[in-house]
Design a protein. Structure first.
Length: 265
């Protein structure tokens, strides 16, 4: 299969299929879904850490060589900074959209519904940007090797499922019907294909920057895992829940390590 076909197929898997799979959780009884979802987050944390430290960074180091070690470190630091700023902008935008009501003629209920709908729109915009970036990361990985692309897609899909469940619920809360929320959630997944296409035409003409694109991708995975997912896991501090989290994080890392090992054979 041509490399572009691999990239388009698996960027769609990372963006669209994960959204479709996430919807399954919303037809499971709420009590059961609430028990399953934290386990998915723990596994996703391990998958992201494994993909960043066992797959993306080693490939970046191998591609850049010893002479590129310092620039790779700078790229990693810059990537963490970029993802920090992106998160800050999203939080600011969300809080700005939920600002204090003005003194117009709208009733409190109308204003509240308007704020909820605005939050839903922000979710869609944020998801589209996030998925486009995921597509870029998947394309960069596939341009290095098909095996690295598959491992990266696995990590992307693992963290997208719990993320999409929360977003679907927010869209429904914002006033969208369940069917429309599903279609919109799937539509934002198309952004991953667009991002992958942009990366294909951009990075393919500048293969020398591929190691640094991989380091940037590793920074994104590390930031999502450490700053986005792990703090939520600390909300459950009882010994049993903590032990399960450690086991599932280890399982996520182990799956990535196994996939990487099998790909090298």
């Amino acid at each position: 299969m041509p490399l572009l076909a691999w990239i388009l197929t698996f960027s769609a898997v990372g963006g669209i299929a994960s959204a479709a799979f996430a919807v399954v959780f919303l037809w499971i009884r709420e009590e059961r879904a609430a028990r399953i979802l934290p386990h998915c987050v723990s596994f996703a944390t391990g998958a992201l850490l494994g993909a960043a430290l066992l797959a993306l960074l080693p490939e970046a180091i191998e591609g850049a060589g010893v002479a590129g070690a310092h620039p790779l470190g700078l790229t990693l630091v810059a990537g963490l900074g970029v993802f920090f700023v992106i998160e800050k902008l999203v939080l600011w935008w969300h809080n700005h959209g939920d600002g204090d009501p003005g003194h117009g003629g709208h009733s409190h209920d109308q204003h509240f519904r308007g704020r909820e709908h605005a939050s839903g729109v922000l979710v869609l915009v944020g998801d589209s940007l996030h998925n486009a970036l995921d597509g870029v990361l998947i394309a960069a990985a596939f341009l290095t090797s098909v095996s690295l692309g598959l491992v990266t897609t696995l990590a992307v899909a693992a963290h997208e499922v719990p993320h999409r469940v929360g977003d679907f619920a927010l869209l429904v809360q914002a006033g969208f019907s369940r069917v429309r929320a599903l279609y919109l959630n799937l539509a934002t997944g198309l952004a991953s294909v667009i991002g992958a296409l942009a990366a294909w035409y951009g990075l393919r003409r500048a293969l020398g920057v591929l190691p640094y694109a991989l380091a940037f991708a590793a920074a994104g995975f590390l930031y999502i895992a450490v700053a986005g997912l792990i703090p939520g896991l600390h909300r459950r501090a009882d010994p049993r829940a903590s032990a399960i989290q450690v086991i599932l994080i280890g399982l996520g890392i182990g799956v990535i390590a196994l996939a990487e090992h099998l790909a090298e054979r």
